[in-house]
Design a protein around this ligand. Structure first.
Ligand SMILES: [Fe+2]
Ligand SMILES: [Fe+2]
Length: 149
């Protein structure tokens, strides 16, 4: 096995902490939206949580291949919001953080010629852009008044 670049491992661990925090945040928001009788949004948050869970699993697989136990990451604090709009704005911030992290990690993977991690980080980056675009679409609909907040 190739000696593992510590900075790449750092990106994998930071990414895992981000994804686990995102799972927790989206699950909590799914529960809140459901409590507020916003069942469609509850289901949407639940699907988001599952996508982030899938991201976490991809990261864990890569860590395990490198022989690194993917345990004990400490999670950054999560924020939920008191209205639907506030939740979406907080999520927007979370997705932007993910985009910054994956952009940096993908660039670094290119620089150190690690095509495998480059593919991983680039794929995750595309997904996070998709999440950000979905959030922006929803926020626009809320401002137009076609979605209740
Ligand atoms: Fe993610
Ligand atoms: Fe995301």
């Amino acid at each position: 096995m190739m000696a593992t670049d510590p900075r790449l491992v750092g990106y994998l661990m930071r990414a895992l902490a981000h994804e686990m925090a995102a799972v927790q945040q989206y699950l909590a928001q799914a529960s809140l939206a459901t409590m507020w009788q916003m069942h469609d949004h509850g289901q949407r948050f639940r699907r988001d949580a599952e996508e982030e869970l899938n991201h976490a699993q991809q990261l864990i697989e890569h860590l395990l291949v490198l022989g690194i136990p993917a345990n004990g990451v400490s999670l950054p604090p999560i924020r939920l919001g008191r209205t639907l709009e506030e939740m979406l704005l907080i999520d927007r911030g979370l997705e932007i953080e993910a985009i910054r992290l994956y952009e940096e990690a993908a660039h670094y993977s290119v620089r150190v010629r690690n095509p495998e991690l480059q593919v991983l980080f680039t794929g995750l980056l595309q997904d996070e852009w998709g999440h950000l675009n979905d959030l922006d679409r929803l926020l626009t609909e809320i401002h137009k008044g076609s979605v209740s907040s």
